[in-house]
Structure formats: C-alpha cells, structure tokens
Design a protein around this ligand. Sequence first.
Ligand code: SF4
Ligand code: FES
Length: 237
Amino acid sequence: MLVKLKIFRFDPEKDKEPYYQTYEVEADPRDRLLDCLNRIRSEQDPTLSYRWSCGHGICGSDGMRINGICGLPCQKLVKDFKDEVLLEPFPVFRVIKDLIVDLESFFEKYHSIKPYLITKSAPPGQERLQSPEDQHLFEDAIRCIFCACCTAACPINQNPETAAYVGPAALVRAFRYLFDSRDEGTEERTALLDHKDGAWGCQTLWKCTEVCPKEIPVTKQIARIKKRIYEVKQPKQ
Ligand code: SF4
Ligand code: FES
C-alpha cells in the first residue's frame, strides 16, 4: 500500500519558520509508522530527523504527535491509518530539529521526585525482601518507559501558566516508590509533591491515561498519591 506522511520540518540552523513536507512510501499493511520513517530517511531524505532505538515499544525514545495524539510510531501499524498521516513533534517541549524535542525539563522533573528507593533502617544481612502481594501494588508503574507521551499530552503541562506542574510521568515514578513496601521515604517524598505544581497540579483530565502506550492507569495512580499525601498529614493517633 502507498502511505502518505505529512511531516513537521524545522532546522533552527537554516529555517526561519517550521514547515510541513509530504512523503509517499510503499509499505506492507503490517509495517509500523516507524518503518515508513526509516524508509524515507534511507531512500528519500537523509536530513529527516527523529529519535528511535529499540523499534519495539521498549526504549521510549520515538514519542511524537501522530494525527494530533501523542504516541510511539513503532507501535502504530500503517493499516490502521487512512489517507495522510500527520507527524509532528511533541508539544510542551522545545523543538531541536524536525521531530526531535529537548527533554531536559522532562528529566529534571523526573529527578525532582527522588526516583530511587529511600531507606533509613540498617541494611539487612541479605537483600530487602518483599512479598509478591506487596510488589503487585506498584507493578503497573514499573512498566513506564519514560516516553513522555503522558506529559506532552497533559493540558496542564501544555498551558504556559501551569507548565511548572511536575507532570504525570514523574508522578508515576513517585507512585512506584510511595507504594513500595521497602521504601522508607514516604514523608520526604509526599512533602515534595504536596503543592500546586506537584500532585495537586493534576486536574484529573485523563489525557495521560488515554495516551500511555504501556496502559498504565496514570490518572488513578495520581489520585492514589493525593490520598497518600492527605493520609501522611493526618495527626498520628
Ligand atoms: Fe510513557 Fe506511560 Fe510512562 Fe507516561 S506513564 S512516560 S506515557 S510509559
Ligand atoms: Fe523504542 Fe519506539 S523505538 S519505544
């Protein structure tokens, strides 16, 4: 089948304004959009720039807007699209070139929530053990591949007035540690999230959950974090 891709182009070193370029490629219906991009780059236009690595929904590096919806082209089959497919860089982030955006602020926010196990008690003789039931509590969050689709799709992050919001991806990571039975940094971590640009920045708009390629219940996890913050602040009996 013939696939038509309309792609956002912008090279700040030579273009005054962004523009769109349309390419046509022959593809098998089971090819992914990423296969088409790779074919364009190798056969038609080596200047086309985008990130990718694994090609299989694992590295999280090829996030972009596909017909206006944030997603991974390595997970989209061409047969599921009709007519022309519009590929654009993520909103929220500065465009470096074509479909590549600067994710520095995304990872700064991710690091701000202390994305590691905090322990205060003396280390046990062997490892810190955990039951399968306890592990199950945060299993969904471990699937996150830091693709940034959720944060880019979030209307709160898209609004310049509320863009300081830490964003859904960082909150999914916070959830992963807040509900890990081995973590001893609950008060420290909830304090980091207890403000308008932290967990309370979420207005439950569900966009993050809709786009997450790993089907993580992002919005529900953020709601659980808010409840946890509230619980931690209750006076001890
Ligand atoms: Fe990507 Fe989902 Fe992780 Fe957000 S929560 S960064 S959409 S995998
Ligand atoms: Fe790795 Fe798409 S290329 S997730």
